[in-house]
Design a protein. Structure first.
Length: 73
């Protein structure tokens, strides 16, 4: 996977989770929708973490050693 694909997937899953959260906040979604929304948010969060890790690996491969300043702390 290349960096562009991984970044696009990361953004896609972040937007999906954010969309569900915003909709629930705006509509004050009833509890009947909670199970479906929760599973969608969990799936999006899981995929978001997966692609974030992929982006991190791709950055490490591209920039080599000692390039991280903030995340190394």
């Amino acid at each position: 996977m290349d960096i562009e694909t991984a970044l696009n997937k990361l953004i896609e899953h972040a937007r999906e989770e954010l969309k569900v959260r915003n909709r629930r906040d705006q509509e004050k979604a009833n509890q009947a929708d909670h199970g479906h929304d929760y599973s969608v948010m969990m799936e999006s969060a899981d995929q978001l973490d997966r692609y974030a890790a992929q982006v991190r690996r791709l950055h490490d491969n591209e920039f080599q050693q000692n390039w991280r300043k903030h995340s190394a702390e």
